[in-house]
Design a protein around this ligand. Sequence first.
Ligand code: SF4
Ligand code: SF4
Ligand code: SF4
Length: 347
Amino acid sequence: MTEKKYGGGVINTLAATLLKNNMVEGVLAYTEGLDRADLVPCFITKPEEAEKISTASYYPYSLSRLLRDYGEEGKKIGLVVRSCDARGAIELIKRNQFKREDLFLIGIECYGTVKSSRAGNQKEEFRITDQGAEVGGKKVELSEESISPNCQRCEYPVPFMADLSLKIEAQATQVFACTEKGEKLAKLAGIDFEKGAPKTAKREKALERQKETFEKLRKMSPEQRLDYWFRQFDKCIKCYGCKDACPVCYCKDCYLGPNRFMVKGGEIPPDKMFHLIRLFHIADSCLNCGQCEAACPAEIPISLLYHALYHDLSALFHYESGVHEDEIPPLGMITEEELTKGGVDLA
Ligand code: SF4
Ligand code: SF4
Ligand code: SF4
């Protein structure tokens, strides 16, 4: 007997349709590994393998980060994405790493992730919804503390920037075709859909959490704040986990490499410039995806630092990272003249 798929298996049907119709060479998605909570990234190339795709809310890494390894110019790829993954893909498109027409983004509404070890029941599919958490379609208690800190601050649960945006629930799945490509796929798959991106507002609860968290930092004097972050950086073992996990950090030739620029080889903790250079390179485009913090063995709350700075830059420049394909990151638009203002040469 075929197992009944969570949300009616809509995501599996859509991915299989993409492959059957040769619309993509493969679909990058999470599949179940040893058990329901053991998610494994997979580049699926056969329609029959689309059955394996999982939509569980566990704590895996960013598929838009993996896109950099699987993708190449002209290769058409499908991705099953959360909103932060979709936004990561859009930021890579802006940086000329991919063409929008080569990527097919199937987005799933996402209200948070948890570490699999903290989710409890691993026998049935686990999802965090806007109403709480569900295991196999039944409501379960989940403390807010179990949800990763960046997800608690995430104001973009709906992937309206993807080609399709899916609200997956145990009994039914709502499908929104946000682009013509999305509409074509939904029709081919024979799935009911609504035309246009879902109407969405920023998540109030997340905005409150941001306010509360950022205010704690702002209450410190500039000296106290600098001391706080420098003490955090003292724990750094320069494992490069934060850089390697970040979907937006895409340079192949990186300034943070040993004996490049201001980072000496064989020295820990690294010079504070290690963190400050990355912060300067990424902060205007940080997705608050939490991947850097999840990867950090020293438990430095790095995504909080990046998100807090992004939050201020975003308000200053009216820029939202990963949302509109045609908006260039503000720091990418700074002129040579602006960089050398006041005799400070940052160019
Ligand atoms: S930041 Fe967290 S809640 Fe937001 S889309 Fe990503 S995984 Fe989901
Ligand atoms: S800096 Fe951290 S939170 Fe921001 S995009 Fe990179 S990995 Fe995600
Ligand atoms: S992941 Fe943590 S320990 Fe590793 S380089 Fe980044 S900040 Fe340092």
